[in-house]
Design a binder for this molecule. Structure first.
Ligand code: ADP
Length: 285
């Protein structure tokens, strides 16, 4: 069974503190690097203070998860990330009875733990979740802020610091995995896009240590490929792939080969498209 969740604690955990003013946020130098694009940190903080669930919309690898990690660190909250998948059931997330010796004991799942401890619960790719998971979050996303544990017949109130964040890729498999309007409207929403060239260049430099002139070239290749809509790629080149290429180049792998394995190969299996994209990279790097 697929069980995609990760629990991340900030380096200095202050879970017992109710954080309700700016003085309790962590200094920037201790946080994961995140290049803010459009005032999203302030929006997130207001959503958290006002107990509003937040939906992050945007393509793969454009910085949504990094943003949530950054905000969890900034607000000093534990982060519980669940990668939604069609095999992840609400039981996996809420909890189950297990046999221990001669006894049956209840074990909280990651969602229940997050609700009790006042963590930030990040449901990555919510559209991939099974309907029973969507049903389970409904009462958490409105004024009730509670989780019903059917196996225990219990309803638990969310800790005041609890926040639900979900991500959704609107372009992905268009028309297949959509979020229902009734689910979408439970969240306030922020749109993410691949950053503009100057910002993305800065991200590559910071993330990989690559020099400015190479970072600029890699971003130019990325943008060139993004504009080649006629290639009909299912997904275009993400900031994540450009970072990977930069890391390889910075580590000493030949530039062309780095671009081929980090940018071209992950994008397509079509032989003709692969050849054209490799030629383009060879020309521009
Ligand atoms: P998503 O969750 O949208 O799929 P990620 O948050 O995992 O994407 O981003 C992929 C990578 O891209 C990150 O690990 C980071 O290296 C880089 N990245 C993208 N946007 C930013 C940003 N604004 N600031 C810092 N790094 C970024």
């Amino acid at each position: 069974m697929y069980y995609g969740f990760i629990v991340k604690l900030p380096a200095t955990s202050l879970l017992h503190h109710k954080i309700d003013n700016k003085h309790n946020t962590r200094p920037m130098e201790n946080l994961p690097f995140y290049q803010e694009i459009n005032n999203e940190a302030e929006i997130f903080e207001h959503a958290w203070r006002n107990k509003l669930p937040l939906l992050l919309k945007g393509p793969t690898g454009c910085g949504k998860s990094r943003f949530v990690e950054f905000m969890a660190g900034k607000l000093n909250r534990k982060l519980v990330t669940i990668s939604c998948h069609e095999e992840t059931s609400s039981t996996d997330l809420i909890g189950r009875f297990i046999i221990k010796g001669a006894e049956t004991v209840w074990v909280d799942g990651p969602m229940t733990t997050a609700v009790k401890e006042g963590a930030i619960l990040y449901l990555d790719e919510l559209a991939e979740a099974r309907p029973d998971v969507i049903v389970a979050i409904h009462s958490l996303t409105d004024h009730r802020r509670e989780l019903f544990i059917d196996k225990l017949g219990e309803t638990i109130k969310a800790n005041p610091n609890f926040m639900l964040v979900a991500s959704f890729n609107p372009g992905y498999q268009k028309g297949f995995k959509e979020l229902k309007p009734s689910t979408r409207q439970r969240f306030i929403a922020l749109s993410f896009q691949y950053p503009e060239a100057k910002t993305e260049t800065n991200i590559l430099e910071k993330e990989s240590g690559i020099d400015h002139s190479n970072a600029k070239k890699i971003v130019a290749i990325g943008n060139k490929i993004r504009n080649l809509t006629e290639l009909g790629l299912a997904e275009t080149v993400s900031t994540r792939l450009l970072v990977d290429a930069s890391v390889l180049i910075h580590s000493g792998l030949a530039k062309r080969q780095s671009m081929h394995v980090a940018v071209v190969e992950p994008l397509t299996d079509d032989e003709h498209t692969t050849t054209s994209l490799k030629d383009l990279c060879d020309l521009m790097i």
